[in-house]
Design a protein around this ligand. Structure first.
Ligand SMILES: Cc1ncc(COP(=O)(O)O)c(C=O)c1O
Length: 509
């Protein structure tokens, strides 16, 4: 049964209903909507710098704006930049941002939420903090991070983290880059879909040879540990990279499965890089479980022996993306390597904000923020899921964690059934979402986007405040209504041309 059917037609039988008629009449018009060349949204995507397909895979389209400076190659814009560029082409601006619903937003709301500790409004800046901080970070903050992990995940265990197991980094992506910079020539396994920035990260650090596996919707996007074990053995994988909880599917490997994953790393001598940025965004059914978060740190035996590298920080869990204070937790030997890569990559995190972060790592503070966050975001998740279902967009695999919904559009009639066109249609209604193809790691260069496992998806964020979420769902309802009223031939074309991409660089989604 089509997800779209319930709202288009009172009947689900098809032919004689408005939708049946609607389908018949548009079928011819969209019969050819099968490849990138048929889709205006995809043509616009291909025109953006860095998105030109590689020769030999698809016909080359010459983009004179691309690669005109000797030696400079576009890595391909991240979803963030492309989507904000397209939003600006459709009239988005900072001044008008309140008129827009940004469900593309990869950040949580940063204001007060019910029962959470008050937001930090000011910080003090001692004279010493005007100096560089060490590239591994301020020692007291490193200690506070180690202490929080021990308190939350390692009570009663012999092996405990110390400051020497923690490297403070200026943001999650900086942390991931520092890690990628110290990895030798290895096969690195990752799964699709996953966090968009891994695409550029794996592309920029060329010694990492990316080995993708697609997660299956039928298997609820679960990481298949048996398959991973086999791949490690047969393909010589030495590093596994994954966000857990996972952006964009909202699924999480936890409890026995996570324990098994850590054991797998130990037994097969494989390094696990676990990006745990959403470790607090867990939505328990059971009242007693509010305040529980998820980290592989719980299953590490010896903190200096197990090759588990955890990346996390203030960005999502503390709802402080602007602070740029994050950390990598792992064996001492990894931390000394990260000190070296940090000294040429980024030079370390902001010194005054590292000092200001220390009290935020207090276990009681962290617990209070975590419980408030879980209650508030669970309410938002349930609200959005319910509203989507009423629109006929029931989410088959709802998120158990993160603040993302991985929405499958496959059952909508073409052209609304592809993420890039759905995105363009929503821009006309002042709503931003992220097309699924951005989570297909290395999407622009490998294959025809219509063949991507992420082609039919968009990611919706319930990071913003509830009012924004409602505005966004209203916009989705308008697109569906327009399709019903005007027919599908009214969709899939007449998209605005992009402005100069550089003008959009600063808005984040
Ligand atoms: C899985 C994941 N890791 C890391 C980050 C990036 O964190 P930061 O903004 O601190 O670089 C994000 C942000 O969206 C994310 O989704």
């Amino acid at each position: 049964m089509s997800l779209y059917t319930p709202n288009i037609s009172p009947s689900q039988s098809g032919r004689s209903t408005p939708l049946g008629h609607f389908r018949d009449t548009v079928h011819d018009a969209f019969r050819g909507f099968r490849t990138e060349n048929d889709s205006e949204a995809h043509q616009i995507f291909r025109e953006a710098a860095g998105h030109k397909p590689k020769a030999g895979i698809l016909p080359q389209t010459i983009n004179p704006e691309e690669e005109t400076v000797p030696g400079i190659e576009h890595p391909g814009s991240t979803g963030v930049i492309y989507c904000s560029d397209r939003a600006m082409a459709n009239g988005f601006s900072y001044a008008a941002s309140h008129e827009w619903a940004n469900l593309g937003q990869g950040a949580p709301e940063v204001g007060d939420i019910p029962d959470a500790p008050p937001r930090v409004q000011s910080i003090t800046v001692p004279l010493d903090a005007l100096e560089y901080a060490p590239t591994t970070g301020v020692k007291d903050l490193r200690e506070a991070v180690a202490n929080l992990y021990n308190h939350t995940y390692r009570q009663g265990k012999l092996s405990q983290y110390t400051y020497e197991n923690v490297c403070i980094v200026p943001g999650g992506r900086a942390g991931l880059s520092r890690v990628a910079a110290v990895i030798g020539d290895v096969y690195c396994s990752y799964q699709i879909p996953d966090y968009t920035a891994y695409d550029q990260m794996l592309g920029a650090f060329k010694r990492l040879v990316p080995v993708p596996t697609a997660l299956e919707p039928e298997n609820k996007y679960r990481m298949d540990l048996d398959q991973l074990r086999k791949d490690i053995r047969t393909q010589g994988i030495e590093v596994v990279l994954a966000s857990n909880p996972r952006n964009p599917t909202g699924q999480v490997v936890q409890r026995d499965e996570l324990k098994e994953l850590v054991r797998l790393s130990r037994e097969s001598s494989t390094t696990l890089i676990l990006d745990e940025f959403y470790s607090w965004y867990i939505y328990p059914e059971n009242e007693a479980e509010f305040g529980r978060s998820v980290s592989s740190a719980e299953y590490v035996d010896d903190v200096n022996e197990d090759a588990i590298i955890i990346v996390d920080g203030l960005t999502k869990n503390w709802r402080l993306p602007g602070w740029r204070v994050c950390w990598v937790v792992g064996p001492k030997n990894v931390i000394t390597a990260l000190s070296q890569s940090g000294s040429f990559l980024d030079g370390g995190a902001n010194h005054p904000l590292q000092l200001a972060a220390i009290p935020l790592l207090d276990p009681v503070y962290a617990h209070n923020e975590k419980v408030a966050l879980q209650r508030h975001f669970k309410h938002k998740r349930d609200h959005v899921l319910k509203r989507l279902e009423r629109l006929g967009l029931k989410v088959a695999v709802p998120p158990q964690s993160t603040f993302y919904i991985w929405l499958n559009l496959e059952h909508l009639p073409a052209p609304l059934n592809n993420g890039l066109t759905f995105f363009e249609e929503l821009l006309k209604e002042k709503c931003i979402v992220i097309p699924g193809i951005f989570f297909d790691i290395n999407p622009a260069h490998r294959r025809n986007l219509f063949s991507s496992p992420c082609h039919h998806f968009v990611r919706l964020s319930f990071g913003p405040p509830l009012e924004s979420l409602d505005m966004g769902i209203d916009a989705i309802a308008r697109v569906l209504k327009r399709a019903k009223k005007e027919g599908l031939h009214a969709l899939g074309h007449s998209y605005k041309k992009s402005l100069d991409g550089a003008s959009a660089l600063h808005h984040h989604v």
